[in-house]
Design a protein around this ligand. Sequence first.
Ligand code: SAM
Ligand code: DTB
Ligand code: SF4
Length: 333
Amino acid sequence: MNAVDASLHRNSTAADIRHDWTREEIRALFDLPFPELIFRAQSVHRLRFDPSKVQLSTLMSIKTGGCPEDCAYCPQSAHNDTGLKASKLVDVSEVMTAAQAAKDQGSTRFCMGAAWRSPKDRDMDDLCEIVEGVKAMGMETCMTLGMLTRDQAGRLKEAGLDYYNHNLDTSPEFYPQIISTRTWQDRLDTLEAVRDVGMSVCCGGIVGMGEAVDDRVGMVHALATLPSHPESVPINLLVQVEGTPLTGTGRVHPLDFVRTIAVARITMPTSMVRLSAGREDMSDELQALCFVAGANSIFSGERLLTTPNPGEDRDGALFARLGMSTDGAAGQR
Ligand code: SAM
Ligand code: DTB
Ligand code: SF4
């Protein structure tokens, strides 16, 4: 057995949590025969989670469009002509109504997204009021607002914000081809600020932007070698929106998407791995494979931030067919 095989063998069977994954080891996972990869991912998954449970989060766009950043995938960037109407930060009451509806549908976490480079200090009072309101409803709270200073992170934490979503999106090498208005280091700095104030981190990326397998390796490597593994790891399949530079990018093979989920599960065994954007165009079979590969969370509801998502009816029918059920902790053991 060579060194990479030996370490893979040790780590796919043991219950330890590692932060010293090498790119070679992660590449070797991606290159495993598919049945072997899925078996290892499912074995790791079962050590910590009930494989029949899935956690539901609901998204709401609390400030839509007109974003100054140039993220090539994003329908909300002012650089991309997608016909999206820009709007201001919504009222607290509108958020409360949407959060209550999400709770009634079985969602345990309410994730609020704003199309900002970063929040302005003048927005902080409104944001804190929103967090307090949703928290008082008994839901977990999550926000994604762009870059945060440590002070801003501290204020949101004090208001009751449980999670902050800030994605690395792709490998550090491919990143400059996707975004030029903020750096990889900017992202790491925000993640550090969030971690330092004691908030849970939701951090993942996107597959299907024309990246090479080694970029998926680099993305998972960056996530799995953060000082602590993100509590949630959203894996998005690019939603191609007309008017963004990435429209027309060659589609990733569905089984290669499943491989990314499986490798995220194996390398970050205690994280919730979220099958995120892109479910609208996925078959039931593909989604089922993602759950078998270790995904244990989804976004529920008819909309992500601005694009469609399967509604409760389709998701309910899928979970019934799979004999799976929803659980806020995704059956954590
Ligand atoms: N403006 C904030 C930021 O970028 O941090 C928060 C909102 S932003 C829409 C959150 C994440 O959504 C991005 O980091 C990206 O990973 C994901 N996302 C955006 N557009 C997407 C698309 N078309 N397909 C898949 N994921 C997308
Ligand atoms: C994440 O990783 N995916 C979600 C959430 N975090 C904020 C957003 C997906 C957005 C898809 C495009 C849209 O609907 O605008
Ligand atoms: Fe703005 Fe976020 Fe979209 Fe980038 S991903 S353009 S920062 S809303």
